[in-house]
Design a protein around this ligand. Structure first.
Ligand SMILES: CC(C)(COP(=O)(O)OP(=O)(O)OC[C@H]1O[C@@H](n2cnc3c(N)ncnc32)[C@H](O)[C@@H]1OP(=O)(O)O)[C@@H](O)C(=O)NCCC(=O)NCCS
Length: 186
């Protein structure tokens, strides 16, 4: 079970649940092909973004195995939502979770995604009580794996041509962190 106590504040960001008012901000980056390049969805139309937002609004808490939590990341200096985090509860029995993150390119390169994703790790380890959190990305998605390395996650696997993605074979990287590694970092 995880029902975050919002808002969660970091030096530059406010993390909170998504609301209907976030459509414009989410559309601003979910509509960009470069953002969706290595994701399992195509750049979204406004209607598709609206449907995605509805799903995120519904993912406000984790109650049972298989649930996911969506977290909106607001940049305090502008009050706009610039990022979108997801925590998946992959297995209750094995206490495993997975993280995901998507940010507006206008805000890349300032460490904002790292600042936000660290709070997602905190929610997973300290809130949900998982034993292991992992993240996966296309091996060509350098910003994504560099982010996981900044978070202190370990590269566990480099899967070779395990997916036929958008017309070509692609490699996948798996990064992970254990609860004791998280605590050792604190
Ligand atoms: C993955 C993604 C969130 C990473 O964004 P990012 O801007 O590289 O990550 P951060 O916000 O943590 O910024 C890190 C960069 O800012 C720099 N930086 C500046 N100030 C910093 C600070 N205070 N703290 C940390 N890094 C800082 C870092 O050096 C780094 O730059 P570098 O990669 O050139 O070395 C972004 O590329 C994205 O949204 N991609 C599209 C969606 C996607 O593919 N998601 C992952 C699916 S698996």
């Amino acid at each position: 079970m995880l029902a975050p106590s919002y808002p969660i504040t970091t030096p530059r960001l406010t993390l909170r649940a998504f609301t209907e008012d976030d459509l414009d901000d989410l559309y601003a980056f979910h509509s960009l092909p470069e953002v969706a390049r290595y994701l399992y969805w195509e750049a979204r139309t406004r209607e598709e973004t609206e449907a995605a937002l509805e799903e995120k609004i519904g993912r406000a808490e984790i109650r049972s195995d298989g649930d996911a939590l969506s977290v909106a990341v607001e940049l305090r200096e502008t009050g706009r939502v610039v990022g979108d985090l997801t925590l998946f509860w992959r297995s209750e029995e094995n206490r495993q979770g997975e993280i995901g993150y998507v940010f507006n390119p206008a805000c890349h390169g300032r460490g904002l995604a790292t600042e936000a994703a660290r709070e997602l790790l905190r929610l997973g380890f300290d809130g949900l009580g998982v034993h292991r959190l992992y993240g996966r990305c296309d091996a060509r998605n350098i910003p994504s794996y560099r982010l996981m390395e900044r978070l202190g996650m370990r590269r566990e696997a480099h899967l070779v041509e395990n997916e036929f993605f958008e017309g070509e074979w692609s490699d996948e990287l798996v990064y992970a962190m254990l609860a004791r590694e998280w605590r050792a970092q604190a």
